[in-house]
Design a protein around this ligand. Structure first.
Ligand SMILES: Nc1ncnc2c1ncn2[C@@H]1O[C@H](COP(=O)(O)OP(=O)(O)OP(=O)(O)O)[C@@H](O)[C@H]1O
Length: 255
């Protein structure tokens, strides 16, 4: 049985269809990239996976159960910006990451000490131990994003949801973050959903690339139909299938 199963979900706001008839099955440990035009419902789909919203119709199950409404160990989340708490230091942000996995976010006694140890281990892992007592505003964009991913990871989520996590970074930092994320992924077997506007990034990191688009469109009523998954590309072994065909068959290349 698949680990994440999405069965015929629809989501509408005020009679405006955003996504419709979305079906997808994902195995544990798969990395799913999600691409699509701006406003077509990619973040909405992540919120449904997160359990922040319930679909208007259809069902989502993660490991056989509904996504929990409260944040818990099951899922971690990293947004493009504002993922970390500005009023907490780097170390405190990581301790808060462990707190997410408890019912009310509080840690006491042994649990607090364990969280402190986990935070220090993560500080080393993400290379931020030298700035442990600084506040996020004093860090570069890449460091803040490493912190955000580290924070999500301290709760050891089984599913990591990434909403354009590298969109605000310069190209060099972005490549470093790709390597960092792939290392974490290899070490944990997390299932990852990542929304990106960068097709190349989607194919480079993902095992699959899902394309969201509107197959039906009423010019007189743009909200009548929602977006769905129009393509589900296999992106393993170096990415874009078309490029692989070119590499294998030089006659296609010279044509
Ligand atoms: N809570 C809400 N109430 C009403 N409309 C909403 C709500 N959340 C999202 N929408 C609308 O749903 C549509 C899809 O938004 P969403 O953020 O999911 O798109 P997206 O594909 O992630 O866009 P982008 O690529 O620009 O981030 C938008 O038109 C947005 O205004």
């Amino acid at each position: 049985m698949s680990f994440v199963s999405v069965s015929d979900i629809w989501q509408a706001y005020d009679d405006r269809s955003i996504i419709e008839r979305v079906n997808v099955s994902v195995d544990e440990g798969e990395f799913i990239s999600i691409v699509g035009a701006s406003g077509c419902g990619k973040s909405t789909f992540l919120r449904l996976l997160l359990g922040q919203e319930r679909p208007t119709r259809g069902e989502i199950s993660i490991d056989g159960g509904e996504p929990a409404v409260e944040p818990n160990r099951e899922r971690g989340v990293v947004f493009q910006r504002y993922s970390v708490f500005p009023h907490l230091t780097v170390r405190e942000n990581l301790i808060a990451g462990t707190g997410f996995s408890t019912r009310f976010g509080f840690l006491r006694g042994n649990a607090y000490r364990a969280a402190l140890d986990a935070a220090d281990a993560m500080l080393l892992r993400i290379g931020l131990n030298h700035v442990a007592n600084q506040y996020p505003a004093s860090l570069s964009g890449g460091m803040q994003q490493r912190l955000a991913i580290g924070q999500a990871m301290t709760a050891k989520p089984r599913v990591l949801l990434l909403d354009e996590p590298f969109g605000a970074l310069d190209p060099g930092t972005r490549i470093q973050m790709h390597e960092f994320l792939m290392e974490l992924r290899d070490a944990t077997n997390m299932t990852i959903f990542m929304v990106t506007h960068d097709l190349e990034e989607g194919f480079k990191l993902g095992d699959r690339v899902l394309v969201f688009d509107k197959p039906r469109w009423d010019p007189d009523d743009p909200g009548a139909y929602g977006a769905t998954i129009t393509y589900d590309f296999d992106a393993k072994n170096g990415g874009i299938p078309f490029q692989n065909i070119l590499k294998r068959d030089p006659s296609v290349q010279s044509a």
